[in-house]
Design a protein around this ligand. Sequence first.
Ligand SMILES: Nc1nc2c(ncn2[C@@H]2O[C@H](COP(=O)(O)OP(=O)(O)OP(=O)(O)O)[C@@H](O)[C@H]2O)c(=O)[nH]1
Ligand SMILES: [Mg+2]
Length: 204
Amino acid sequence: MKELKIVNAEFFTSAQRLNDSPPPDKAEIAFLGRSNVGKSSLLNSLTKRKTLAKSSSTPGKTQLINYFDITFKDYSQSAEENHYARFVDLPGFGYAKVSKSLKKNWHQNLTDFLEQRPSLQIFVHLIDARHSTLDIDKNVDEFLNHIKRGDQIIINAFTKIDKLKQTDLQKLKREYPDGIFISNLKNKGISQLEKKIAIYLFGE
Ligand SMILES: Nc1nc2c(ncn2[C@@H]2O[C@H](COP(=O)(O)OP(=O)(O)OP(=O)(O)O)[C@@H](O)[C@H]2O)c(=O)[nH]1
Ligand SMILES: [Mg+2]
């Protein structure tokens, strides 16, 4: 049984769209979801680097496709083998304070990227645990299930569970038995997500 942990994370590069993205030469994990849901914060939690991805209480903080090089170390082996992947922090869906044409442009860039990037292996769809039934998230889920290739998986990550009552959290967990339940504030669900990503990419 492998014991994979993230041991290093570095900013690699930013892109505006698929066309100016770096060569797809590593397995990639995309973090997507509504603006302000906690995508950049989750990336920082996973990598234990508080300021690696820029997070902000103002929605619309992440405006580019940001690539981060991630190193996993396998502690189960005496040789301590390394594995490599790339995290992709994406702009949020549904950010209202930009012009209509810019919004349309972003949307096109995002959907093209999600649909056509050959190296994408995992979609981590972040959903605010307090608002788990919004139309926009249903649309994202439908879209992802529609475009998903055989070699890809979708992980539903419910964020900000520290703001949820225990009874509501238990209900949500029953509703989504395969979900991951995250608090970046309280460091909950992070190692579970790390493990799920590592097992999918590099095996048990
Ligand atoms: N209470 C609580 N707040 C959180 C959590 N995760 C993120 N936040 C806060 O939510 C706000 C948005 O976080 P970001 O990580 O910037 O969200 P984002 O999804 O990257 O946002 P955009 O880049 O604008 O799309 C920040 O003020 C964070 O501190 C969490 O688990 N619990
Ligand atoms: Mg962000």
